[in-house]
Design a protein around this ligand. Structure first.
Ligand code: ZN
Length: 405
């Protein structure tokens, strides 16, 4: 009796979830997310209904609210799209799917979890079309870009992109892979998850449940005669050891490290127990990065004065205003959703390992000393790079400070 009833319930839910009003409501959310270039959609069951928020340019913003009667059907619709079990509403689930929005394919990763007032779904939009990947368009200064382009053309060694979560490391690595993606190179990746699908590469995804980890992946890759290996992240000693071995034995190895600065990435590798001699012989360059929001090109307003924060930086000797500077402030219009910002750009610092810097890589390597030495040899820090972007109206000091301090 109980089973028959819950089966009826399930059938009813399935009908509601595939009915025109619910399908339309979910389509509208996806359309809006793609139009605003959102990276995530948060669909949260609350006591009185379903709250929908979008993460745009790194920040969450409210999008809409649906009445309680629509909560379960809308969540179920999203689960059906991602191939999840709509009868299971208590345990977390996750899945992937590809949908078509506005003529473009969008890859989605959907994760659900049961909250106090029902299920919550987070949809990550992975529609990052590989054909738009362009290393030169990420915001790297010309000399840094030129240096990175030289280092990644080398047949072996280690190239690291460093930064916290959400700093754009994956996009930078994918853009580097796009540059290297020529018919004369074999490129294999292991990622968690694969975010950009790049034709011509062999891309794999870690599956710890079956023992497919970053370390096991690199070990097996070496039997596939690759030129370039990309390892999504170097988190542990075992992965770092095998990666360094690969970089020593005729492979170019690209990876990311979760550190705040380029110099700290070098220290992290030493802390993981990597022999400093091996590190000195393999490391080619380290790119540190952050993302800042770009001023909305349609509504930014020119201003004569530099902002109070910029004056404070100038007083501290960390910024030198120039007569030709053109400062802008955020305003807000319909195109940028009233925020004054639209789109993001990277702030970068690139450590190029020359002989002098290599000698500093020892087991007791000190991040601030390394950073200082790199600066005296011409490294532009992320803060300096941000202030260059401020003085030509690309972003604001507030954004630069939020990202770098
Ligand atoms: Zn605007």
């Amino acid at each position: 009796m109980q089973d028959a009833r819950s089966e009826d319930d399930l059938q009813r839910l399935q009908d509601l979830a595939s009915g025109a009003p619910v399908v339309r409501a979910v389509d509208e959310i996806f359309d809006a997310a793609v139009m605003l270039s959102a990276t995530d959609i948060h669909i949260e069951s609350q006591e009185d209904g379903l709250a929908i928020r979008l993460r745009v340019d790194g920040l969450l913003r409210p999008y809409g609210f649906l009445p309680a009667a629509q909560s379960r059907p809308v969540i179920s619709r999203v689960k059906i799209l991602a191939g999840l079990d709509i009868a299971e509403r208590r345990l977390p689930q996750d899945g992937r799917t590809r949908i078509r929005v506005g003529g473009a394919d969008v890859d989605l990763r959907v994760a659900t979890v049961a909250g106090l007032h029902g299920e919550t779904a987070v949809v990550r939009l992975l529609s990052r079309d590989a054909k738009f990947l362009d290393l030169a368009a990420l915001g790297m200064a010309e000399d840094d870009l030129a240096a990175v382009n030289v280092q990644i053309q080398e047949p072996h060694g280690l190239v690291i992109v460093a930064g916290p979560t959400g700093s754009g490391k994956t996009t930078t690595l994918a853009s580097i892979l796009s540059v290297l993606n020529t018919p004369d190179r074999k490129i294999i990746t292991v990622e968690d998850p694969v975010e950009y699908q790049i034709p011509g590469l062999v891309q794999t995804q870690v599956k710890p449940a079956i023992g497919y980890t970053f370390a096991t992946a690199i070990r097996s890759f070496l039997r596939h005669d690759p030129n370039v290996l990309m390892v999504g992240e170097m988190r542990d000693r075992e992965t770092a050891d095998i990666a360094i071995q690969a970089a020593l034995t005729g492979h170019l190895l690209l990876t990311t490290l979760h550190t705040n600065s380029a110099a700290e990435a070098v220290v992290r590798l030493a802390d993981l127990g990597i022999d400093s001699f091996l590190l000195r012989s393999t490391l080619r360059c380290v790119v540190g990065q952050r993302l800042v929001r770009q001023l909305c090109a349609r509504c930014r307003r020119p201003t004569e004065e530099c902002s109070a924060s910029a004056s404070a930086l100038a007083d501290a000797g960390r910024f030198q205003p120039r007569p030709e500077d053109s400062y802008f402030v955020a305003v807000g219009c319909s195109w940028c959703g009233g925020t004054g910002y639209r789109g993001r750009i990277g702030l970068f610092e690139v450590i190029r390992l020359d002989e002098g810097l290599r000698t500093l890589i020892r087991s007791d390597v000190d991040a601030s000393k390394l950073a200082q030495e790199a600066s005296t040899r011409g490294m532009r820090t992320m803060l300096q790079d941000g202030m260059e972007k401020y003085r030509c109206g690309i972003t604001t000091v507030e954004e630069v400070l939020r990202a770098t301090i």
